[in-house]
Ligand binder design. Structure first.
Ligand SMILES: Cc1ncc(COP(=O)(O)O)c(C=O)c1O
Length: 354
């Protein structure tokens, strides 16, 4: 059935629609997402926070809205894959995590380029150009009517062949977007989160495709993060195959000593887009940044520590195992600068439009 602007009442009516029609249609939202009229008197921020908490309780396959799936916007619940999917069994899957701030996806082009590169490293070609991937992300957030949120593009080998070899499998591509405020508990964040030391190590580039944001590489991250959480930590620090300090399970790491910033050389893990942004911001402020191999025995020498990532943003670290850090001026300044950078487009628009 064709859908006219403003006429749509249920998600299922959107199946097969063009993104433009969906974006301009009306959306039914999951019960509880919209605050009742009586709560509208509350300050806006409280309301947003409560709505996000309600949202966080809804399983990811039960949400409302739309997912960009192989070229069309499908109702959220219909964006399914078969149980015999190569990406599920053999981890032939790559993904991205982007954040949208004030209506703009930060560093979208860099994320889309990295996605294409990750797929190439795994030996497959995503059947969309970087511009088309950018546009799919934009359509997915518009369909969800988000101005702030998280965007997850994902590409994977389908079901045509089921075995280690999957030469003929279709390459699927989807983008989902949702509200996702803070990766870590805001209270823990203020003091600095606590990191355990992971049992698993980042593998050598000769052992795994380390430079790809590939699903398979997250197996050791989830095991390590669960082990840390089970002991009351927020996350875990992973060493690399040589025993050097590498990164957290989903974020890069920085240390400060005598006003100088030290961060591990990204030669066997992702050189994060946030990491690169923060290094640029630090240099703009005149801080010295040294990228080098860092030994675990040096951890006790550092005064401040923070992690960076699209999800984590700039998060202060208070403890790594027995080592304590105090979030200080440099961490604070870089956090502020990062938040300013992700909102820079809004500041620019305000300057132009008044
Ligand atoms: C393992 C890992 N390292 C580092 C990062 C940071 O990368 P970015 O800043 O590009 O989000 C991420 C997040 O994507 C990650 O999952």
């Amino acid at each position: 059935m064709g859908v006219q602007d403003g006429q749509v009442e249920s998600a299922s009516q959107y199946k097969g629609c063009s993104p433009e029609k969906v974006v301009s249609g009306k959306f039914s939202r999951e019960a509880g997402l919209r605050a009742p009229e009586s709560r509208r008197a509350f300050p806006v921020l409280v309301e947003i926070h409560q709505e996000i908490r309600v949202m966080a309780d809804i399983p990811f396959d039960k949400r409302d809205g739309f997912i960009w799936f192989n070229g069309e916007l499908l109702p959220w619940a219909d964006a399914k894959v078969h149980v015999l999917t190569h990406g599920l069994h053999y981890a032939s899957c790559v993904f991205e995590g982007c954040r949208m701030y004030g209506g703009e996806i930060f560093k979208l082009r860099e994320h889309s380029e990295r996605l294409i590169k990750s797929a190439e490293i795994l030996g497959f070609k995503i059947p969309y150009s970087v511009e088309e991937i950018d546009q799919a992300c934009i359509d997915a957030v518009r369909a969800q009517k988000l101005t702030d949120g998280y965007v997850r593009p994902v590409a994977w080998r389908g079901s045509e062949m089921m075995g280690v070899s999957a030469q003929k499998n279709r390459i699927n591509f989807a983008v989902a977007a949702w509200e996702w405020p803070s990766y870590f508990d805001p209270e823990q964040r203020k003091k600095g989160i606590r990191l355990d030391i992971a049992q698993y190590k980042r593998p050598s580039p000769e052992t795994a495709p380390s430079m790809a944001k590939a699903a398979g590489l997250y197996m050791i991250c989830t095991i390590s993060k669960h082990a840390a959480e089970n002991k009351g930590y927020a996350d875990a620090l992973m060493y690399d195959y040589r025993g050097y300090v590498a990164e957290a399970t989903g974020a890069n790491i920085f240390f400060i000593k005598d006003g100088v910033i030290h961060t591990p050389k990204p030669d066997c893990f992702l050189d994060g887009i946030t990491r690169q942004t923060v290094i640029g911001l630090a240099k703009d402020r005149g801080y010295e940044v040294i990228e080098r191999h860092i030994k675990p025995e040096e951890l006790s020498d550092f005064s401040e520590c923070f992690i960076t990532g699209t999800a984590a943003e700039v998060t202060p670290v208070g403890e790594i195992g027995p080592h304590k850090f105090t979030p200080g001026e440099i961490t604070h300044n870089l956090h502020e600068d990062y938040i300013a950078a992700v909102h820079a487009h809004q500041a620019k628009a305000k300057a132009v439009n008044g």
